[in-house]
Ligand binder design. Sequence first.
Ligand code: NAI
Length: 476
Amino acid sequence: MANKQFDVIVIGGGPGGYIAAIRAAQLGFNVACVDEWKNAKGGPALGGTCTNIGCIPSKALLQSSEHFEHAGKHFADHGIKVEGLGLDIDKMLGRKDAVVKQNNDGITYLFKKNKITFFHGRAAFAKASGAGYELKVTGAAEESIEGKHIIVATGSNPRALPGADFDEENILSNDGALRIPSVPKKLALIGSGVIGLEMGSVWRRLGSEVTVLEALPTFLGAVDEQIAKEAHKAFVKQGLKIELGVKVGEVKSGKKGVTVAWTNAKGEAQTLEVDKLIVSIGRVPNTIGLNPEAVGLKLDERGAIVVDDECRTSLPNVWAIGDVVRGPMLAHKAEEEGVAVAERIAGQHGHVNFNTIPWVIYTSPEIAWVGQTEQQLKAEGRAYKAGTFPFLANGRARALGDTTGMVKFLADAASDEILGVHIVGPMASELISEAVVAMEFKASAEDIARICHAHPSLSEATKEAALAVDKRTLNF
Ligand code: NAI
């Protein structure tokens, strides 16, 4: 029999797992969480990919690199003279690591506050047991533990390009891309998705010559076409080289850097010699070492754990959430699933609305959206009305000196219900939440148009885009 018994054991301490553990503890369960992530000293580093090598450190570096770019290129517009501008990359990376540690420590504190038992190690299914499931924990903590309910939140790993394995020296995943020790003169990225654009932006701002090689012929295919076009224009103007419709061939890594053979959209053979290569072609669900076979837990052909709409797996009382299951690989989607599962275990009716999950790409300009794109509505044959408002006509954006982009509303032609909101521009990541709230409440575009928005604020562009649906903008 297992030494220690719990009502709920969460495997994985990323945003899905740690939030599930907290919510389950709030609901009165005796909860354990197992996570193996180690910090530089070998101690625990709760928060998973998001906190350690994803969302949080990338935002820290995006902020630092944006300050650098502003100081070098835009302060003069404000009448601020900068002399002797320089870069201390060690300090910049050190600050990023300190931000990560604050977040790690914050989760450790939250576990103590909520009386969650933490095991620092890797959990594997051992067997089904009388009360539930027995797990074997190996690593810093060596234990056999038993849980009535198991929540698997083991996340994902970067997808490697065949023939170009990650060495995190020359060929980098999101992990290595966040700790390049000196600014590479030339940098290539394969994949112009979220990671490619965010990391490409960081290193371009710090001085790298950046080329992005994308297999698809369209730029940001999942984004509303009009918004993607505007973003593409802005990135190219900033100096990012984006090659679409490419076929990547042989990748050779040596002492001097990396050589990438590729074919452009016209079918012409090309070679790129760079100091570093970042491969950002998506992620794969992580079940390494979980031993799902021991209990007969079903995976699909992609290696994701099979779940229903409510995160129930093929086994009773085993749940799975976040990147290891279907759906977008987003921290906030995992969190919502974690809360909903904890509530379902408690007999409540947790719910996740997949139609109102916001997406954000933290480039400059930022890109954010919720709901359907114009191309999706066209493909569905749905009758809709569109309204856009440019930041160029927004007073706050002018004062900020950041007038790139627009807000775009898509509403049902008959009922005026908001079907999608798409933003490219300053603080799109913050502005999108108004649209999410509106869509959750099934608001119409007119509802937003009739709400008082503070002046001067970027959010007025949201109100104006809602007015534009009815062709009655006031400031444009
Ligand atoms: P992604 O799915 O966003 O983009 C991958 C890109 O690589 C696609 O455009 C795809 O067409 C391209 N690609 C695939 N194979 C290729 C090949 N052989 N040659 C050239 N191009 C190829 O994946 P990414 O950027 O790696 O991010 C992984 C996950 O992490 C995503 O699901 C994303 O949602 C999440 N993430 C979210 C962030 C955010 O919310 N801000 C930030 C970073 C990552």
